[in-house]
Design a protein around this ligand. Sequence first.
Ligand SMILES: [Zn+2]
Length: 464
Amino acid sequence: MGAVKIGLEVHISLNRNIQTKMFCGCRLPTGIEPNTNCCPVCLAHPGAKPVFNKQVLKHALKLALALNCNISRHVIFSRKTYFYPDLPANYQITQYEFPLGVGGSIDLGNGKKVSLKRIHMEEDPAALIHPGGVSDAPFSLIDYNRAGAPLIEVVTEPDMESPDEARLFLKKLLAIVEYLGIYDNATGTMKADANVSVKENSYTRVEVKNISGFREIGAALNYEIVRQKQEGAIQETRGWDAEKQATYPMRTKEGEDDYGYISEPNLPKIEITERMIKEAREGIPELAHSKAKRFMEQYSLPSEDADVLTSEIELSELFEKVAKHIDPLLAAKWLKKELLGILNQTKKSLKDVKLDEKQLIVLLKMFESKKINDRTARELLEKLISKRFDVEKRVKEHNLKAVSGTSELSRFCSEAIQENPKVADDFKQGKEEALNFLVGQVMKKTKGKANAAETKAIIADLLK
Ligand SMILES: [Zn+2]
């Protein structure tokens, strides 16, 4: 058992392929102008009654099945009572005694599986905005646009043993909900509450609330682990202040009893039929894990490449399109190393850049057939990420064609040898690095358009 135990409660907004909020007709996405997308139901006016949006159940069922949960026979909603300005009814409609799914797990791919306790549906409360940070804000603002938006909560066992594992868990979960087409990370949020305990304090459980997204989860958990080791821990609930990058005490921990759960009298019990389960199962596409396996078999990719290329659905689809036209191993290398490298540098995702796939294929084909060298290909790829252009035309217009083929390249190689007789001698004496110098000279002469490997081979041959 590790020295740190972390369990997560992850809230995922359902924001793809869904048109309205969970219990009313207000549209999704919830809109930007505050308090313009709400109605008597999501504002909890007296007498307004909720009607369940069954699309929420369809999405949730797909996720619960994809995570291998045991599915409940019926849906019964409960009221979780607490008093807070983000909750106009003073209760949140959620699932308590009978969650949609129990059990299940997520494979982290590092030899570890994180077990799940449960997965259930609930409504999102309104958004509270604290200008200047939670503890310093002179006032709070409330935006009810988000009130009643559908959420899925995934609760894990305290199986994770480091902030890195928690991040990896979120990454895997993100890939699953994106593959399922129920979540779009560009407009949605994945928020986590984490329970963290350390061995030094006999695993006294501290809950940290309101951690948004990937960057924050590592920071919040690292902060909390250090804090607990230094200060000790009492059983309590703390909040994460992203602006101060610190946790702060909220309340000593209440039990679930304190929420006074009752079943929601305005919503009927819904039976989950075999047919609903079958339909949901049929709607589950090939997920990242199986796709990675297939990539290894079908394209003979190393497992690391297959894992990276399937980590995002868009990237996996792009790979398959490219692999139809060029050697799959070459395609994998260029997407994983060069394309992702450039995207990481510019802190963009594949979704942001709207890459022209046809031109990418043209580019890689030209590289594969040695019409352009790797340096030119990389430079063109960098440009292709920020704008659209015709790759073939650009190569012609800017005279970027590789200097290749023995006759043309040999001439440059001979020149380089004649101009540097001492270096050539050094190589003949067995100094391998002298060869690199000569290749560099040829690169200069060809303005970087020679193929380095080919040049090396020719020079070595000439000096034999
Ligand atoms: Zn509404």
